[in-house]
Design a protein around this ligand. Structure first.
Ligand code: NAD
Length: 343
């Protein structure tokens, strides 16, 4: 087994997360041999960690020891740096969003095809335990067939950092968090999209969106609400899933939540009316105890390889990438449609 020699380009928040948390999980397969960041202070941080630092991006590309680069720079630089690396004979792992639109993405893929080098995108949230729970629900149907999914991330800290506030850098929340949530939903549902509606939020006064709410209807009938908010001082649940025989709620990344399934006797056992505000209701009363049962939320296991192990096998053995470029392109196309609707 010959490990893949990687260099991290862009040693900011995410570049350093790859170094500290992701690459070390596959020590045998991924060998981090150096770092390059345009900022001296980030080079210094890398140096203090005992990492080799390159003087320039060109120096990274000129080093024959380098098999692959991780591109973890602001979004607008992904295209030019990925293309330069592919042309220099390197494989590329690029942070999300791969590019700002499909035209840029196609340019990268054309160079990857010409050079025979691999281009892969870090859509890491396919491995998130909360997503894996929903995937389990969708595929194994413990509460029947899923027909409605609400996927939200709600923060109250506004848009973080500097470049994320600017359009020219590919800022805004649709390209930041939105791309994660849309990648999850499109990969999960695996049916063509029939209809999309989106409402962007510009509450913070930035030139880019600080959040959005979207409604997606798939041709197989499944409906999804996908929402990102950065001005939510009170959060809604991370996931709310309705299926033909029950409902599940996953509150947060701590995987707390609840899942309830209707039991056979549901129709025979009518709920008792309750006081609701200044009125009375049977419709909105909790179901009677014998009509439902509480189930444990499903397992959160991925039956697929880890991200970096897959990267290794793609590069060394010609394996199929878990995050396929056709899928990445479909998400970018959906994002394009959403921006188009905002004009
Ligand atoms: P950041 O601002 O913290 O880091 C970006 C780094 O790139 C900075 O250190 C900056 O100096 C460096 N840089 C800028 N121009 C450069 C150049 N020409 N050459 C070399 N280095 C350069 O931003 P971040 O949060 O780390 O985001 C970086 C990328 O990672 C973005 O594309 C972002 O969308 C992505 N990201 C992904 C996840 C995820 O979960 N997959 C999470 C956070 C960020």
């Amino acid at each position: 087994m010959t490990a893949v020699n990687f260099v991290i380009v862009g040693f900011g928040g995410m570049g350093s997360y790859h170094e500290k948390n992701l690459m070390p999980t596959e020590k045998e397969k991924i060998n981090l041999i150096g770092v390059y960041d345009i900022l001296e202070e980030r080079q210094e941080v890398a140096h203090e960690k005992g990492l080799f630092t390159y003087e320039s991006f060109e120096a990274v590309l000129a080093d024959e020891k380098v098999d692959a680069v991780l591109i973890a720079v602001p979004n607008d630089l992904h295209k030019s740096m990925s293309i330069a690396a592919l042309k220099a004979g390197k494989h590329v792992v690029c942070e999300k969003p791969a590019t700002l639109n499909t035209a840029e993405f196609d340019e990268i893929l054309a160079v990857a095809a010409d050079t025979g080098n691999r281009f892969m995108v870090h859509q890491n949230r396919r491995w998130d335990p909360d997503f894996l729970m929903v995937r389990n629900l969708y595929q194994n149907k413990p509460i029947g067939s899923v027909f409605q999914i609400e996927s939200r991330v709600n923060g109250a800290n506004g848009i973080p950092g500097d470049w994320r506030h600017l359009k020219k850098h590919g800022g805004g929340m649709l390209l930041d968090w939105g791309i994660h949530l849309l990648d999850q939903i499109l990969w999960l549902v695996d049916s063509p999209i029939k209809d999309v509606k989106v409402d962007f939020s510009y509450i913070l006064g930035d030139e880019v969106d600080d959040g959005f709410t979207s409604f997606i209807t798939f041709e197989n009938g499944v409906k999804a609400l996908v929402e990102v908010g950065t001005t939510n001082y009170v959060k809604l649940p991370r996931w709310y899933v309705k299926a033909t025989e029950g409902t599940a709620r996953i509150d947060d990344w701590d995987l707390s939540g609840e899942m309830v399934r209707a039991v056979q006797t549901a129709n025979e056992s009518m709920p008792q009316p309750i006081q609701a505000g200044v009125g009375l209701t049977k419709t909105m009363a909790p179901p009677s105890e014998d009509a439902t049962e509480e189930l444990a939320l499903p397992e959160a296991t991925a039956e697929y390889d880890t991200f970096y192990s897959n990267v290794y096998h793609v590069i060394r053995d010609g394996a199929q990438p878990i995050v396929k470029n056709t899928e990445v392109r479909n998400v970018l196309l959906l994002i394009e449609q959403m921006f188009e609707e905002d004009k």
